[in-house]
Design a protein around this ligand. Structure first.
Ligand code: PLP
Length: 389
């Protein structure tokens, strides 16, 4: 019998499975469960966007595209990014279309990191960050964010984590799993630290359209000295409800895009043409549908935050994304145990906060991209459950 453990690279063997995946294998095939688990819109992709994909197939657009992505799509991305983020990137050399932001994160880390160099990131964070850094032979350095700061990253805590080996800072605002947004003055301090320490910033702004406050989303790429050292990542999965299309993009100075391209052209060749056709339609005509979905998330956020606090589970009102991150520490059990017992007792699935790093222990991630009716039922069940603790 072959001993496969000796066949698998140490790097891969050392990577833990996603805590979310473990948890959701328990939920699989149980249709009685209300899931607040998976971080994905409950909407199907707007019909006109699906139609654009269908038309592209009808017309026989089934080939490879340029490695960088369709020029028409890159031009549309350039206009959109200019308009939304107020930063200009050349469609010819500064935009790379990828298979989701997921691929762009992997490309960027592999393009930037030499073995042993440090990558700083804030936790709790999206589950792929730590493994992606490790797979690129980087050394992950976590900076915890705190409930007292509404899970924004504090410049003083970041500064304390920076060493001469630090090469890259990863940012994700609005944040998965906390919904945090950054106060602009604090983000400016962080930008200054990046300039001072000559860091490259990988800024994952995949939730940027989904902000519910008065203030507009501000990208660190717009701050003094930052455009030249920022890789701005964005995609279509969240705001346009296109997770299954697997489409994202990176915007950065040409030499950085060229380095990422080198990996992309051999590993992926190009993003799927059908998805690129759909994404072009999303950018050209998708704004109304996107704003409608955002309004609906906004309502649901207010409902869920209101109910959780009424029930006696402290929960700040997150500025963006579609997650709430309630504090369950007062119940005196771990977030794993809380999530397990909630699932067993009341058929509600939410993700234990420690799946997003140790800084998430004592919290629960609930995705509210689920119908209001289901959210109401879920909140009633959570209320009944906490009464038993
Ligand atoms: N980045 C963050 C912060 C996410 O939450 C997710 C998905 O949940 C991704 C990236 C991956 O997105 P994509 O579907 O574009 O690969």
């Amino acid at each position: 019998l072959m001993d496969y453990s000796k066949k698998i690279s140490k790097q891969v063997a050392g990577i833990p499975r996603s805590g979310i995946r473990d948890f959701f294998e328990l939920v699989q095939g149980r249709d009685d469960v209300i899931s607040l688990g998976v971080g994905e819109p409950d909407f199907a992709t707007p019909w006109h966007i699906r139609e654009a994909a269908i038309y592209s197939l009808e017309k026989g657009f089934t080939s490879y595209t340029s490695n960088l992505g369709l020029l028409s799509l890159r031009k549309a991305i350039s206009r959109y990014v200019d308009d939304f983020f107020k930063v200009n990137y050349s469609a010819d050399s500064e935009i790379l279309v990828t298979v989701g932001v997921s691929e762009a994160i992997d490309l960027a880390l592999r393009a930037l990191i030499n073995p042993g160099e440090e990558v700083v990131f804030h936790t709790p964070c999206y589950v792929s960050y730590l493994p992606s850094i490790a797979l690129a032979y980087g050394v992950p350095v976590e900076v915890p964010t705190k409930k007292e700061d509404n899970f924004a990253l504090r410049a003083d805590m970041l500064e304390a984590a920076i060493t001469p080996q630090t090469r890259v800072l990863m940012l994700n605002f609005p944040t998965n799993p906390t919904g945090a947004v950054m106060p602009v003055d604090e983000l400016e301090k962080i930008a200054q630290l990046c300039v001072k320490n000559d860091l490259i910033v990988l800024s994952d702004e995949i939730y940027c359209e989904l902000c519910y406050g008065e203030d507009e989303h501000v990208s660190i790429a717009t701050m003094p000295g930052m455009r030249e050292r920022t890789i701005l990542l964005h995609g279509f999965s969240k705001a346009f409800a296109m997770t299954g299309f697997r489409l994202g993009y990176a915007c950065a100075p040409a030499p950085l895009i060229e380095a990422m391209m080198k990996i992309h052209q051999y590993a992926m060749l190009c993003a799927p043409m059908t998805s690129q056709a759909a994404a072009l339609e999303a950018l050209e005509n998708g704004e109304a549908a996107m704003l409608e979905m955002r309004e609906s998330y906004h309502q649901r956020r207010d409902f869920v935050v209101g109910r959780l606090n009424d029930i006696g589970i402290e929960c700040h009102s997150p500025g963006g994304a579609f997650y709430v991150f309630p504090d369950i520490r007062k119940f005196g059990i771990s977030s794993q145990e809380f999530a397990m017992r909630l699932l067993e007792a009341e058929d509600v699935a939410a993700v234990p906060g420690d799946a997003f790093g140790q800084a998430g222990e004592g919290f629960l991630r609930c995705c509210y991209a689920t119908s209001l009716d289901e959210l109401k039922t879920a909140m009633d069940r959570i209320e009944r459950f906490v009464a038993t603790l």
